[in-house]
Structure formats: structure tokens, C-alpha cells
Design a protein around this ligand. Structure first.
Ligand code: BTN
Length: 251
């Protein structure tokens, strides 16, 4: 396992080959890489990471568990873009970075939970940054070396190690950086295709909370741009992606 004081040199070498990232901040420990990135979010191109993140923030006001020295916590400051594009590209980039580590397909559960066997392997939080000029901050948490989870997460979470991918956190982080850098150049058509082939909800039964109330049915298609198609008992419905969240997922 590469100690955290060895991370800056390896990350700087990787940054030298990136088009969209040029700087990194690596801390031994921090409350939240996301909070730290906000203070440096006026220009795109920064990666903030830490050997241990104590009080990570998740979507919808949830917490992201202490990574100890087992998980990756990374926040990337990127150029501002529409929400749909940021959601699709960050999920596709993260899934694509993890697939070679475990040697199998990785799914995306709308909007951007990264899942394998219906358990969460990574989570993504996208926030707006930049006081002077708008940017976005893509925060990614990946479970890497965990062999077990706290009772409240057990059964819902998984890690690369639990999936047979015994990887060094630094190698996974470098892979993620490269993947995100590449994916930032993807066209909308490419992202649509890459998202669709990893869509973990398609073909399963889910309940969505939406502006029109709860909608339950078989998920026919998830498209970050145009919406979610659900076959309900009363016919097919299209849900707007921005305001529809998965409430339960029975598979
Ligand atoms: C979620 O699934 O709810 C999103 C989790 C996002 C966690 C990452 S870890 C790196 C970055 N720093 C944070 O405080 N949160 C994000």
C-alpha cells in the first residue's frame, strides 16, 4: 500500500498527461475534500484528495462514512456544464475506471450511484463552485479496501476488495483521474451510450419520488437528458430526470 506521502509525486506525474487537470492538493486527513475544494474552485483543473476523510458529505444531505485508510475521497474542480452532462460524465468515468480493477461490468444506478450486484461501490456528489467564475465540483467516494461495513451499510455497500480487486488506493485514484480527464471530452452521444450500457435500473422494478408523486413500475430506460421511462400498471410514464429520485428498488 503506497503511503499517502507518496501520492503527490504519482498524481503530479499523471496530471502532466491530463488535458483538464493540472494541480492537486493531497492531505493526510481532512473533514471533507469537497468542502476544501470549494475554497479553491474559481478555476477548473484541481484535484483534492486525502489519505483519510473523516466527515464526508453525500447527496441529499446524507453523510459519507469515514474512509479510514480503506476508501478514496476525491474532489475534482471542473468547468461548469449542464447538470445532465456532469451527472452522466462523472458516473461513466467512475464506472469505467473501476471495471478494469475488478474485471467485470460496473453499473450506474440513477443518477450516479456506482453499483455492482445491487450494492454501492462508489458515490458521487456534484456541487457548483466558483465565486468569480462558475465551476463544478465533482466529489467521488470509492470503497476500495473494506472487507466489511458498519451494520447500517452492510448488505447495501461493497468494495473493490470484496469484489476480488485487491488494489492500491493510489492506483485506483490515478485511474479515476485519467478516466475523468478522458471522459470530459466525450460527446453527448458517447455519454448516452456509455451510460445506457451500464444502466443498473433498466429492467428492474423501482419506485420514484417525482413532482407527480410516487411512480412504481418496470424501468424501461434511463437517459440523463430526456428522462426515465417507467412501465406502470396504468401505462408508460416519462419522469423528468432532475426532479425524480429512486425511493425503493426491488430489482
Ligand atoms: C453519495 O452517494 O451520496 C455521494 C457521496 C460522495 C462522497 C464524496 S467523497 C469525496 C467528496 N467529499 C465529500 O465530502 N463527499 C464527496
Amino acid at each position: 500500500m503506497t503511503p499517502v506521502d507518496g501520492w503527490p509525486a504519482a498524481l503530479e506525474a499523471a496530471l502532466a498527461t491530463c488535458r483538464h487537470f493540472r494541480d492537486c492538493i493531497v492531505l493526510a486527513e481532512t473533514d471533507s475534500t469537497q468542502t476544501l475544494a470549494h475554497g479553491r474552485s474559481d478555476e477548473p483543473g484541481l484535484l483534492v484528495t486525502a489519505g483519510r476523510q473523516l466527515r464526508g458529505r453525500g447527496r441529499l444531505g446524507r453523510a459519507w462514512a469515514d474512509t479510514h485508510d480503506e476508501g478514496i475521497a476525491a474532489s475534482f474542480v471542473v468547468a461548469d456544464a449542464p447538470t445532465e452532462r456532469l451527472a452522466a460524465l462523472s458516473a461513466v468515468a467512475c464506472a469505467a475506471a473501476l471495471e478494469p480493477v475488478i474485471g467485470r461490468d460496473v453499473g450506474i444506478k440513477w443518477p450516479n450511484d456506482i453499483v455492482v450486484d445491487r450494492r454501492k461501490l462508489a458515490g458521487i456528489l456534484i456541487e457548483r463552485g466558483g465565486a468569480a467564475k462558475p465551476t463544478a465540483i465533482v466529489g467521488i467516494g470509492i470503497n476500495v479496501r473494506q472487507r466489511a461495513f458498519a451494520p447500517e451499510l452492510a448488505g447495501r455497500a461493497t468494495s473493490l476488495a470484496m469484489l476480488g480487486g485487491a488494489a492500491d488506493r493510489l492506483d485506483v485514484l490515478v485511474g479515476l483521474l485519467r478516466s475523468l480527464d478522458r471522459t470530459l471530452d466525450a460527446t453527448e452521444d458517447q455519454l448516452r451510450e456509455e451510460y445506457a450500457r451500464r444502466d443498473a435500473l433498466r429492467g428492474t422494478v423501482a419506485t420514484f419520488g417525482s413532482a407527480q408523486g410516487d411512480v412504481t413500475g418496470e424501468v424501461l430506460r434511463v437517459d440523463p437528458w430526456s428522462g426515465i421511462a417507467v412501465r406502470t400498471a396504468h401505462g408508460e410514464r416519462w419522469l423528468p430526470p432532475a426532479t425524480s429520485a429512486v425511493k425503493s428498488w426491488t430489482g
